[in-house]
Design a protein around this ligand. Structure first.
Ligand SMILES: [Zn+2]
Length: 435
């Protein structure tokens, strides 16, 4: 059991980490080092030997290993990122880097994404040190830089340059899972992520014949680009149920007391009401046009025009994604991956998933755990390159009704209740000790 001091420390550390501004503006504009040192000091205080690792000065990662009692067991990776997205102080009710605790709530950038989880990990391992507890499996803790941009200074660097630190790891837990989803009808659902869609950010380039805007031009690059962008934006991607999403639909249907009819997924989603939100973005691939770049003067037809598309593909769905984009862009428009990362699929019938479920159910009686697939991605994608492809989103928080967790991510007035942090520590402790 997590002790009283752990409950105090998780609040202190969440607030303390928020006060260290680790804003990641992209393009290398971020400095995680002070937060990494803060975390490393606290790990050292628990008798661990954390390593500080950098590819670029100031972009610091922390890795530490706790030796388990069963040397034959596979190791578990527990990871959390140290950077946060920017926050505009003028828009906030409290200063986003104050870490202020007001009326039982910790405020600030990173309160849910994800300095809360970083603090929980620290609080749990320190309480183990005080109580002489050792987990069954080796646990590798990684606090990463650069998750909110390219991950090149963070998990990408760790996976590429320091694979030895992750020796024996076969599974991972990280952000986005085991939070309370209120369905508005009294049910509390705890979705645990067991999959991530892959990322396919695309650059489209249309080529044509440059010329005067007053002349006939059947090879107008802007027109060609616009047509391709429209085809992509209006494309109806076919339904594809991955094992995780199928399991999610099955469990949700059971919760609502009906038999799932997989021949009519749209009807099934409708019957789920608000809970459909947990699955509706992951029953198909998607591609949303987001940026346009063409021309420089109203009476000049440019020879080239470009657009960017935010594409996401399901586990197993990349080939179809590529073939579909080839078809939709057509012969006059080229496309390439501006950024690509893998999709992930983790088993939901594993002992690890059962352990997470049991830990949540112990401290949230009446709560319903369901698996789900993340619409986007996390550092787990990079760690999967080490063979750690069973990655789960498990950063437990018990949240009151009306608390819009999803809106907190990268949102204004990001905050987390103290009670939610206490729940997180208890559940994480329970799961990690017995995992
Ligand atoms: Zn995050």
């Amino acid at each position: 059991m997590a002790d009283e001091q752990a409950l105090d420390e998780v609040v202190e550390f969440t607030s303390g980490l928020i006060r260290i501004d680790t804003t990641n503006r992209g393009g290398g504009d971020c400095r995680e080092r002070p937060a990494a040192e803060y975390a490393a000091e606290r790990l050292a205080g628990a008798g661990l030997e954390p390593l500080l690792l950098e590819r670029t000065p100031g972009r610091t990662n922390v890795v530490a290993r706790i030796a388990g009692t069963d040397p034959s067991a596979h190791a578990l990776l527990v990871h959390g990122h140290l950077d946060v997205v920017p926050a505009e102080a003028a828009d906030w009710s409290v200063h986003p880097f104050s870490g202020e605790i007001r009326d039982g709530v910790v405020w600030g950038r990173g309160a849910v994404d994800m300095k809360n989880m970083d603090a929980m990990i620290l609080a749990v391992v320190r309480s183990w040190a005080r109580q002489g507890i050792r987990p069954r499996r080796d646990i590798v803790i990684a606090f990463t830089a650069d998750e909110e941009d390219s991950a090149e200074d963070g998990s990408g660097f760790l996976a590429g340059r320091h694979p030895e630190l992750f020796e024996g790891c076969t599974e991972a837990i990280g952000e986005s899972g085991a939070f309370t989803f209120h369905d508005g009808d009294g049910r509390e659902i705890y979705p645990i992520a067991a999959g991530e869609r892959g990322t396919g950010w695309l650059k489209l380039t249309a080529r044509g014949r440059a010329g005067h805007g007053s002349k006939v031009n059947k090879e107008n690059a802007v027109t060609r680009l616009a047509a391709a962008v429209t085809r992509i934006g209006e494309h109806e991607w076919p339904l594809r149920l991955t094992p995780t999403v199928r399991a999610a639909l099955t469990e949700l249907a059971a919760l609502y007391g009906f038999e799932p009819d997989f021949r009519n997924v749209d009807g099934l989603l409708e019957k789920l009401g608000p809970a459909a939100k947990l699955v509706e973005s992951t029953v198909r691939n998607s591609a949303n046009p987001t940026m346009l770049d063409a021309g420089y003067k109203v009476n000049v037809i440019p020879g080239e025009a470009a657009a960017f598309v935010d594409g996401r593909f399901l586990p197993g769905g990349e080939e179809e994604f590529v073939a579909t984009l080839d078809r939709l862009t057509g012969p006059d428009v080229d496309w390439e991956f501006h950024h690509r990362s893998v999709a992930l699929q983790a088993p939901v019938d594993s002992p690890t998933f059962a352990g997470m479920r049991a830990a949540v159910e112990e401290f949230a009686p009446g709560g319903h755990v369901v698996p789900y697939c993340m619409t986007g991605g996390t550092d787990a994608k990079q760690f999967s390159l080490l063979g750690i492809d069973a990655a789960y989103g498990f950063a437990p928080l018990k949240l009151p009704e009306g608390f819009d967790y999803q809106a907190m991510f990268h949102g204004v007035d990001e905050r987390v209740p103290v009670e939610a942090l206490h729940f997180g520590v208890r559940v994480l402790d329970r799961f990690l000790r017995t995992a």
